[in-house]
Design a protein around this ligand. Structure first.
Ligand code: FES
Length: 180
């Protein structure tokens, strides 16, 4: 090791290691938060994102899907909002419900499958019209004919090309609850 003593080299390595250990977290492997601005192109109508203190919602516009400033979503409740009595939903049946949370009314559709109850947003991912239970096991959008699987929210028939947004459902003590 020409020009640098072994002791100096070890000292420099130790100093570098200590500097790495105590470097600010932002400079070590930090992942930049994607920025969203109103008017930016988005992919999934109905999706909401919060960046910093600003909340955006993906909406369909004349120029395609774009992010728009939205009211911040209320913090999720751990217990959810009661939407139905359990007896109101037989296996295979779907029903439109309204979830009232912090003064907002949000449309959802619940379905009882063989393995439990699932819930999806009623907002069609094509252009935002409201889907409703259609043929057995399906949710249909009257605006342009999209059809979704009532158990999974997946698209069966377009023009929609994105699944419906799914909500968390709990069922306890004879009631069905949705957490938005
Ligand atoms: S808004 Fe639902 S199919 Fe167009």
């Amino acid at each position: 090791m020409s020009g640098i003593s072994r002791r100096s080299a070890v000292g420099m390595l130790a100093t570098g290691f200590v500097a790495f250990l105590f470097a600010p977290a932002a400079s070590v492997g930090a992942v930049a938060t994607p920025q969203i601005r109103a008017g930016d192109v988005c992919k999934r109508v109905g999706r909401r994102r919060t960046v910093g203190k600003k909340t955006f919602e993906c909406v369909r516009t004349a120029n395609g899907a774009k992010w728009k400033r939205a009211k911040a979503a209320p913090p999720p409740t751990t217990s959810g909002v009661k939407v139905l009595d359990s007896t109101a939903l037989a296996v295979g049946a779907s029903q439109n419900v309204v979830v009232t949370s912090d003064g907002r009314k949000i449309g959802a559709v619940v379905t009882r499958t063989a393995s439990g109850v699932v819930a999806f947003s009623r907002t069609c991912t094509h252009a935002g019209a409201s889907v409703s239970p259609g043929a057995s096991g399906q949710l249909a959008c009257p605006a342009h004919g999209s059809v979704f699987n009532a158990s999974t929210g997946a698209v069966i028939k377009g023009p929609a090309d994105q699944s419906l947004t799914q909500y968390k459902v709990t069922e306890r003590s004879g009631s069905i609850y949705i957490t938005i």
